[in-house]
Design a protein around this ligand. Structure first.
Ligand code: AR6
Length: 170
């Protein structure tokens, strides 16, 4: 099942909350800041111990004060025009998070719009990639059975709904 949720990702009741982090896992603004504030200072300590994460990869921590079981920190590409491998790197973020959730037996996972804030990825193109990766790699028989696209504004939610509708109509 794939859902679109409008609101703050830290409020979601899911097994995994995905964080749009930076390469240093140093915390920051946007969804990263919201997740660190809600999870509490032990999250920062756990991230410091991990040390960092390359673009397109994922690192997992406990969720501490959040109701989720895990936080998956993935680092999206900074948009530099699209010819520097950004689409493939963004696809890797979604694919690797889904693969890790499967290995860890997580039943539900919520994604923010990775790279669509400070990192400047054009939302329409990012949504196409996010939906393509989840539709293609999610398997009804295996966890995670539920994937949520969490949007902070109505325009983004509309983009996801349209893109998912395009798949349903195929
Ligand atoms: N819940 C759900 N979505 C949110 C929330 C929230 N609480 N807050 C923001 N968004 P961004 P990026 C949306 O900038 O582009 C950080 O400083 C937001 O509207 O958080 O991958 C990191 O440390 C946007 O659609 O992530 C990195 O340095 C989306 O989340 C850098 O920003 C992603 O925006 C990563 O930039």
């Amino acid at each position: 099942m794939i859902e679109v949720y409008l609101g703050d990702i830290t409020r979601l009741q899911v097994d995994v909350i995905v964080n749009a982090a930076n390469r240093h896992l140093a915390g920051g603004g946007g969804v990263d800041g919201a997740i660190h504030r809600a999870a509490g200072p032990r999250l920062g300590e756990a991230c410091r111990r991990i040390g960092g994460c390359p673009v397109g990869e994922v690192r997992a921590t406990p969720a501490f004060a959040l109701s989720a079981r895990r936080i998956y920190h993935t680092v999206g590409p900074v948009w530099r025009g699209g010819s520097l491998g950004e689409p493939e790197l963004l696809a890797c973020c979604y694919r690797d998070c889904l693969a890790l959730a499967r290995r860890e037996g997580m039943r539900s996972i919520a994604f923010p719009a990775i790279s669509c804030g400070v990192y400047g990825y054009p939302p329409g193109q990012a949504v196409e990639i996010a939906v393509e990766e989840i539709v293609r790699h999610q398997d009804r028989e295996c966890p995670p059975q539920t994937a949520v696209f969490c949007c902070f504004d109505k325009e983004m939610a509309g983009l996801y709904r349209r893109q998912l509708g395009a798949y349903v109509r195929r």
